[in-house]
Design a protein around this ligand. Structure first.
Ligand SMILES: *Cc1c(COP(=O)(O)O)cnc(C)c1O
Length: 460
C-alpha cells in the first residue's frame, strides 16, 4: 500500500510534517495521501489515483475543486489589489462590499460584520466581544460561555474551551467558565423508555438548572451549531431550539449560531438557524464562506447585539482587536462570488443550495439503506450532511471495542476504493460537495456499502 522508498511523497510528508487530527497508526502504515489537484467533486493524488471526496475537503469545498467562477474571481482580484488589512480605518472595497452582501443575505434585518482568518478565531473574537460588552455595561461578572458536549467550535484556547471533546483534557482545557451541556443526540443520550419530546424537555430543564446554579448574571452567552458537525453530524432532537432559546431569552443570554458548517447551504437552507426556525444574536461563519477557496471567517452581528457593541466601542473609542490578514480583498472577492454561486445562482446556473435540496432525498435514502446493516445502529442527516454509526449490537447500541478502530478501517477501505469519507468516533460522516450528481451519489453509496461489508466481515 504505502510507498516506502526514502524519497517518496509519503516519506517526505512524514519526515518534515507534523500532522494534526490524524490517526498516526494509519499514517505510518499507509502514508499520507498527497494530492495534486481536483476536478468537480474528485481529488487526485501524486500516483494518479482519483477519489470522490464525500467530505468536500473539510466540509468546505462545496462548489468542487475546479469551479471556474471562484478561481476567476481570485485571479482578477490578485491582479487588481492582492492584499490589504482592515485596520486603522483602512479597508478594501471588496471587504466593504462583502459586509453589505453578508448583511443582505443574513437572517438579520441589518448586520455588522467583523472578519477573521478562521472559524476558531471567529469564536475567540465573539467571546472577547461578549466579555467586553459585559464589562462595559457594568456586568463584569458575565463571562461564562455555555456550549454542549460534542460541540466543535475550533482549537484556539478559547474556541477549544467551547469545544466539548475529551481530547481537551490533554491540554488542561477547558479554561474556567466554559460549561458544556448534554449533547442533544436522542439516539445516544436518551434514557431507556424516554420519548424524544421528554428528552428535549429534560435538556431544557438542565439548561434552567445550570442558569439557576451559576446565576444568569455570570453567563455571557450560549453558542451552538444548528447541526453538530465534527461531533458526528448530529441534528438536534425534535424541538430542541424551540425549547432552549426561550429559556435563554428569558434570562437575557445572547444566542450565537456557529454556522461554520451549516451556513451557506449545507442543510438545504442558506443558514442552519433558518432551518430550525430561530434568529440568533450573532452568526459565526467560515469554511463555506469562501467555498474553501480562501481562509476566512466572519462574525455576523445582528442588530441588537451589534448595536450594543457599537455603542460600547464608541464610548471606549476603539475595539482593540483585529487580525492582520482578516478581511483580505482576495478572500472577500471570492466570498462575494461564493454567495452568488451558492445562494443566488451565478452565470445562468441555479443556486447550489437548490441542488442540496434536490439531492437530499437520494442522500437520505442511501443512508437509510446502509443503516439496514446489522452493524449500523443509526443513520442521521440533514441536507447534505449525514452519518452512519457503527455498533457491535444494534438493539443494545453497544459500540465496537475502540481498539478495533472500526470507523478508521471503514474510511481506509473506502480510500482504497477511491472514496474519501471521515471516521468520527464510531461513525462515518458524509458531507459531499453541493455540485454532486445523482450518479455520483450512487457511486458514493456503492463504494461505502462495499467497504462496510468488508470491514464488518473482519470485525463482527
Ligand atoms: C471547523 C469549525 C470551526 C473552526 O474553524 P477553523 O477554521 O478550523 O478554525 C468552528 N466551528 C465549527 C462549527 C466548525 O465546524
Amino acid at each position: 500500500m504505502r510507498d516506502h522508498t526514502p524519497n517518496s511523497w509519503e516519506a517526505r510528508a512524514d519526515a518534515h510534517g507534523f500532522h494534526g487530527f490524524t490517526d498516526l497508526t494509519s499514517l505510518r502504515e499507509r502514508g499520507a495521501v498527497v494530492l495534486t489537484h481536483g476536478e468537480g467533486p474528485y481529488v487526485f493524488d501524486v500516483h494518479g489515483n482519483s477519489y470522490l471526496d464525500a467530505n468536500s475537503g473539510l466540509w468546505n469545498m462545496v462548489a468542487g475543486f475546479d469551479h471556474p467562477g471562484l478561481a476567476a474571481a481570485a485571479r482578477a482580484q490578485y491582479d487588481r489589489f492582492p492584499g490589504y488589512h482592515s485596520i486603522f480605518g483602512r479597508i478594501s472595497d471588496q471587504a466593504v462590499m462583502l459586509s453589505e452582501k453578508l448583511s443582505e443575505v443574513s437572517p438579520f434585518e441589518q448586520a455588522k460584520v467583523f472578519y477573521t482568518n478562521s472559524g476558531s478565531e471567529a469564536n475567540d473574537t465573539l467571546v472577547k466581544m461578549l466579555w467586553l460588552l459585559g464589562a462595559h455595561e457594568g456586568r463584569p461578572g458575565r463571562r461564562k460561555i455555555i456550549t454542549r458536549k460534542n460541540a466543535y467550535h475550533g482549537v484556539t484556547a478559547v474556541a477549544a474551551s467551547m469545544t466539548g471533546k475529551p481530547y481537551n483534557d490533554l491540554f488542561g482545557l477547558p479554561l474556567p467558565g466554559f460549561i458544556h451541556l448534554t449533547c442533544p443526540h436522542y439516539w445516544r443520550e436518551g434514557l431507556p423508555g424516554e420519548s424524544e419530546a421528554e428528552f428535549t424537555s429534560r435538556l431544557g430543564s438542565e439548561l434552567e438548572e445550570v442558569i439557576a446554579r451559576e446565576g444568569a448574571d455570570t453567563i455571557a452567552g450560549f453558542v451552538a451549531e444548528p447541526v453538530m458537525g465534527a461531533g458526528g453530524a448530529i441534528p438536534p432532537s425534535e424541538g430542541y431550539f424551540d425549547t432552549v432559546i426561550p429559556i435563554l431569552r428569558a434570562h437575557g443570554i445572547p444566542v450565537v449560531s456557529d454556522e461554520v458548517i451549516c451556513g451557506f447551504g449545507r442543510t438545504g437552507h442558506d443558514w442552519g438557524c433558518v432551518r430550525y426556525g430561530f434568529v440568533p444574536d450573532a452568526i459565526i461563519s467560515s469554511k463555506n464562506l469562501t467555498a474553501g477557496y480562501f481562509p476566512m471567517g466572519a462574525i455576523i452581528l445582528g442588530p441588537e447585539l451589534g448595536g450594543r457593541l457599537s455603542r460600547a466601542v464608541d464610548e471606549i473609542g476603539e475595539f482593540p482587536h483585529a487580525f492582520t490578514a482578516a478581511g483580505h480583498p482576495v478572500g472577500a472577492a471570492i466570498a462575494l462570488k461564493a454567495i452568488e454561486v451558492i445562494m443566488e445562482g451565478a452565470d445562468g446556473e441555479a443556486p447550489l443550495v437548490d441542488n442540496v435540496r434536490s439531492l437530499t432525498p437520494a442522500f437520505e435514502a442511501g443512508l437509510a439503506r446502509l443503516a439496514e446493516h446489522p452493524n449500523i445502529g443509526e443513520w442521521r442527516g440533514v441536507g447534505l450532511m449525514g452519518a452512519l454509526e457503527a455498533v457491535r449490537d444494534k438493539a443494545a447500541k453497544t459500540p465496537f471495542d475502540s481498539h478495533l478502530s472500526v470507523s478508521e478501517r471503514i474510511a481506509n477501505t473506502c480510500a482504497d476504493l477511491g472514496l474519501i469519507c471521515r471516521p468520527l468516533g464510531q461513525s462515518v460522516v458524509l458531507c459531499p460537495p453541493f455540485i454532486l450528481t445523482e450518479a455520483q451519489i450512487g457511486e458514493m453509496f456503492s463504494k461505502l456499502a462495499s467497504a462496510l461489508d468488508k470491514v464488518f466481515d473482519e470485525v463482527a
